[in-house]
Design a protein around this ligand. Sequence first.
Ligand SMILES: [Zn+2]
Length: 307
Amino acid sequence: MLAGVLDADLGIRSRVRHEVGGLSRPELIDVIVATVEEARRGVADEPVAVGIGVPATFDHAKGRVVRSTHLPLIDLAIEDLLAERLGLPVVADNDATCAAIAEHRAGAAVGVLNAVVLTLGTGIGAGLVMDGEVRRGAHGAAGELGHLPVEPDGLNCGPGCPGRGCLETRVSGPALEREAERVAIARPQSELAKAAANGPLRGARVVELAHDGDLAALEALATVGHWLGTGLVAIANLLDPEMVVVGGGLAAAGDLILEPARAVLRERAMPPAALEMEIIPAKFGADAGLIGASLLARDRAARDRAR
Ligand SMILES: [Zn+2]
């Protein structure tokens, strides 16, 4: 859980980060409140509003969590509840949508009318900006691009998704680790294989080895990049954005995954998107959600003042 107080220039003036897990709903809400209060104590000025990004399907119009695989927040009117506890206006949204808002309004996609912002981590988060507006869909579940089916008989996706061969079974931290284990066995002389012999291969280590030039690590990243490209073809043909912004932990691999992804896009998507859709790294790293949530809070405070 990450909280911060941001100033008018989006500078993070106070920042608090806590590892949380395994909490009941009342415990989780208490921790959210305590974390916000802790961030608030870090600055002299009183904040005007609170924005919160939640990893959940979120009904933005009603301010309610619809569905959440990882947190006990289902069907919770989180905005009203937290506003009462914190004594400030509260606005919430899906965390990937918050990241998209940050990149669109202040990051890599400023001035772009149609952009998709992907966050590649444990899974894939995605936010959609179409015709200059954030799109959330009928239930707040638009942009679940990690669950684009790319492999008909692929792996079962996992908790919360009944799908098989979803994009995130091929493009995510765990997907990279699976691919790296496979390549390590096929190339026993590689640095990757030596690293695998010393314990489970972490994604960050695979990226490091690839940057050092290990061919096996490069091969694993290229395969993940290839699958990312397959997802980009679907995104291009479905949404025709000018730009796809790629952030999250896996984005540390940079062009080692983005170049193979672009190659698949150029080869397989329908023109003109195939040639014109740009694939670029995100500006904001792990702070994208925080910055987007603060922009939502700022909008909310401005609306309240205008009333
Ligand atoms: Zn899925």
